[in-house]
Design a protein around this ligand. Structure first.
Ligand SMILES: [Zn+2]
Length: 346
């Protein structure tokens, strides 16, 4: 979710959708909607710990982080954005007992957004022998998207040095300027079965939420770390390729897992992922139709209802989709995006 804040910086107001046509509004009481047994997972299995990322706009979000115990130490999945998140992750790793390790030895980044890699420098500092694995897409992002974002932050700081958000802008700029410390030591370009810390993991490559997403499966424990291929209260569409995202979700659904941990939001069951996939497909179909924007937003709220039990989440979902439907899904070049990694198509 690297991009939405640009609205705040520039004061850009999303263009109103003027073509309000009679269309295929998604009915909130669709009789075909399947009954859902239980969307949210309970406890994570032994040897896996979750640090939930905060998402309370206007503060920039942190993605969820996970710790998986391995014989050599913890494998961490994503490092969050703010220093407080990385420090909490280090503290969570330090709560060890006879069955769990103390040090983080491997870090896998799901993708290059700052809410998932921003804590990399702090983790490297705390654990100098840390090995970081990620998609190579961060190189292009640092040269392109993040470089442009840094330029906007510098402009905003020059023009409004006393703005209430100035400290946040400065911190965000420092994260991008950390550059090399955000990059992986080892790139993962396609699906790989890897022994990490002496334990086997499957890392899957996709390109849906960004141009280089990785997910990670601990088969034995039945835990699938999905990164931002699954996010609540809505799909985070800032740098997304929705056409690549759908097959990525299909592949996630085909994995052997009992608990799926999204990039943002609480852990889901297999049934929860099915709700998400169906709601996602219907959101894309609605956005591609002449239906009014409000109908697509109402459709998501209805379809994803089992995943949005509280009013605050539904309000946030409406606010975010009010931006994403016109600015991401209905943008003129929305269909144009890079092909997914070759190994991820099967
Ligand atoms: Zn994220």
């Amino acid at each position: 979710m690297a991009d939405r804040n640009r609205r705040g910086i520039r004061g850009v107001v999303a263009a109103a959708l003027v073509a309000v046509l009679a269309g295929t509004a998604v009915a909130a009481d669709d009789p075909a909607a399947p009954a859902v047994p239980e969307a949210f997972a309970g406890e994570l299995p032994a040897g896996v710990r979750l640090l939930r990322g905060q998402n309370a706009p206007p503060r920039q979000p942190d993605g969820n982080s996970l710790l998986f115990a391995t014989p050599a130490g913890w494998l961490a999945f994503d490092s969050g954005r703010h220093p407080q998140h990385a420090q909490a992750l280090i503290a969570l790793a330090a709560e060890h007992d006879d069955a769990t390790p103390a040090a983080i030895v491997v870090l896998v980044n799901s993708h290059w957004h700052l809410d998932h890699v921003g804590g990399n420098p702090l983790l490297r500092q705390a654990f100098p022998r840390l090995q970081v694995l990620a998609s190579p897409a961060i190189d292009a992002a640092l040269a392109g998207f993040l470089a442009r974002y840094a330029e906007q932050l510098r402009e905003a700081l020059a023009q409004q040095p006393d703005a209430p958000q100035a400290a946040d802008w400065q911190a965000e700029l420092a994260r991008i300027e950390a550059g090399d410390a955000l990059r992986p030591d080892r790139v993962v370009c396609a699906d790989e079965e890897l022994a990490l810390g002496g334990r086997r993991f499957l890392i899957g490559a996709a390109a849906g939420a960004s141009d280089g997403d990785l997910w990670l499966l601990d088969r034995e424990r039945g835990v699938l770390a999905a990164g931002d291929l699954v996010t609540l209260p809505v799909p985070f569409l800032d740098t997304a390729c929705p056409a690549n995202w759908q097959p990525a979700l299909e592949r996630l659904a085909a994995q052997e897992f009992t608990v799926l941990v999204p990039g943002h939001g609480p852990p889901l069951t297999r049934a929860g992922l099915e709700v998400y996939r169906r709601a996602f497909d219907r959101l894309l179909a609605c956005a591609a139709s002449p239906a009014p924007e409000a109908a697509c937003i109402d459709g998501w709220i209805a379809d994803a209802a089992p995943l949005l039990p509280d009013e605050g989440q539904r309000r946030l979902a409406r606010d975010m989709l009010g931006y994403y439907v016109p600015q991401s899904l209905r943008r003129a070049d929305a269909g144009r995006c890079a092909p997914p990694p070759a190994a991820a198509r099967g």
